[in-house]
Design a protein around this ligand. Structure first.
Ligand SMILES: C[S@@+](CC[C@H](N)C(=O)[O-])C[C@H]1O[C@@H](n2cnc3c(N)ncnc32)[C@H](O)[C@@H]1O
Length: 239
């Protein structure tokens, strides 16, 4: 699907196509460096393979895709896929991805739904832009880390609906023991000074897992605190 990777003579990273410009890269300082951007994307595709059963035949929903970091990982590591669908609320990022990363098997959709940080004027109706049972693997990296509590429980329900039997969701979020159920920009928490709406949203572990259970999902894997800025990783399965 994509041309063979080339390595720049100046030590530029191996890549078989375009990378989003720095201004469109989400995730603070973490993904500004090209090599780190590609490395983390490929790392996550490999984890989707081993934790969630991703293959070239999968239907993969990258919910909160930004400018398509994971699509770059799929392109670099797998080369092709049955369906990669990136969905985000920020039109300029989705436009860039559609113009530069769309290819057979790779598509992007902008949804005008509300998120107080990224799309405050969006509609209150929620959607994943995916039909029931149409997703084998869902990826949501650093999305629930910027989400209010009501949206969180509603979107977990939509994730459950969108997953095919046997499907899995790979999501990251801030969870801690012994903290309030949901909190916005907790003071003195993590490596940054949180500023502005939903910069950091943190859950008590019991509260987050209550949402997971209420959505008829189950925890398949939990890894504490090793993702961006100290987020935890959950792999969720349909139950
Ligand atoms: C911190 S960024 C992470 C981007 C990408 N997942 C990555 O790891 O590079 C969070 C993304 O979630 C998107 N987002 C937030 N709420 C959303 C929603 N309700 N539907 C779709 N995307 C959403 C934001 O626009 C933003 O691009």
């Amino acid at each position: 699907m994509f041309a063979k990777k080339s390595e720049g003579s100046t030590g530029a990273p191996r890549t078989s196509g375009a990378l989003p410009p720095s201004k469109y890269r989400m995730g603070g300082k973490h993904f500004k460096n090209d090599k780190a951007f590609i490395r983390t994307a490929v790392r996550d595709v490999k984890r989707l393979e081993s934790y969630a059963g991703l293959t070239v035949d999968s239907r993969l929903l990258d919910w909160g895709c930004g400018a398509g970091r994971l699509a770059v990982g799929v392109r670099e590591h797998l080369g092709r896929i049955a369906d990669y669908h990136g969905v985000d609320v920020q039109p300029e990022l989705v436009d860039w991805a559609s113009e530069n990363l769309a290819a057979p098997g790779f598509r992007f959709t902008c949804v005008d739904v509300s998120n107080e940080r990224y799309n405050p004027d969006g509609t209150p109706e929620r959607t994943l832009a995916a039909g029931p049972g149409s997703v084998d693997v869902l990826y949501a990296y650093s999305v629930f880390s910027h989400m209010n509590d009501e949206d969180t429980s509603a979107y977990l329900g939509l994730i459950r609906e969108a997953l095919a039997p046997g499907g899995k969701a790979f999501v990251t979020c801030f969870v801690e023991e012994d903290v309030p159920g949901w909190e916005e920009n907790p003071e003195g928490y993590g490596p940054l000074e949180w500023k502005g709406r939903l910069h950091c949203t943190r859950f008590a572990r019991w509260h987050w897992e209550d949402h997971v259970n209420a959505a008829r999902l189950a925890v398949d894997r939990f890894e504490y605190g090793r993702e961006t800025d100290g987020q935890s990783l959950y792999v969720l399965r349909v139950r």
